[in-house]
Design a binder for this molecule. Structure first.
Ligand code: ADP
Length: 178
């Protein structure tokens, strides 16, 4: 890859709660009061103090993100991004998903984060087609990273093989048009 922003994107398979990075992104729901999937895993690993801090945030609209401490996680911060529920693409889902990635990058700047890890936001219970989501994630991050030289690495954490394959394909497509 010739594009330096692309070089910062790292594909990994595994559990985001184990990532030793400055911040991990949570695929939260708009209540910010916890849920299933990656949200549940993050709350379990961070401990009850995370929910206490989340309660004070008063929720978060879809497409936006809010920051908390990471408590018992290896990560210092958690950026809680609220992805869209997939309804079939005509309710602005693509843009709302892209906005989650942009908002998280902007929090990274605000909090002086150098390393950041994302799950596949909206690709579980929210039903976003994973190939489409992977393309949006990677393109939005590549663009956002151009203006964020302080970020050294962005880890795209794939929990299963299907997600991993979708991201690998999306990265490959990006290399060919970079
Ligand atoms: P959403 O409601 O935004 O769809 P989910 O948590 O249901 O959020 O799923 C988002 C993605 O996170 C899915 O690809 C799911 O497999 C993945 N996931 C679930 N647990 C973890 C985890 N511990 N680490 C990383 N990714 C996870």
């Amino acid at each position: 890859m010739t594009d330096p922003a692309c070089k910062k994107l790292r594909l990994v398979k595994g559990d985001i709660t184990r990532m030793e990075v400055d911040a991990i992104v949570n695929a939260a729901n708009s209540s910010l009061l916890g849920g299933g999937g990656v949200d549940g895993a993050i709350h379990r690993a961070a401990g009850p103090e995370l929910l206490e801090e989340c309660r004070k945030l008063g929720g978060c609209p879809t497409g936006k993100a809010k920051a908390t401490q990471g408590y018992r996680l290896p990560a210092k911060y958690v950026f809680h991004a609220v992805g869209p529920v997939w309804h079939g693409s005509d309710r602005g889902e693509d843009e709302l998903l892209a906005s989650c990635y942009r908002e998280s990058l902007s929090l990274a700047k605000e909090y002086g984060v150098h390393t950041l890890a994302f799950p596949a936001i909206s690709c579980g219970a929210y039903g976003f087609p994973v190939e489409r989501a992977a393309r949006i994630a990677i393109r939005t991050l590549r663009e956002g990273l151009q203006s964020q030289p302080q970020i050294e690495a962005v880890y795209l954490v794939c929990f299963d093989d299907r997600t991993y394959r979708a991201y690998r394909q999306a990265l490959k497509e990006l290399e060919t048009d970079a």
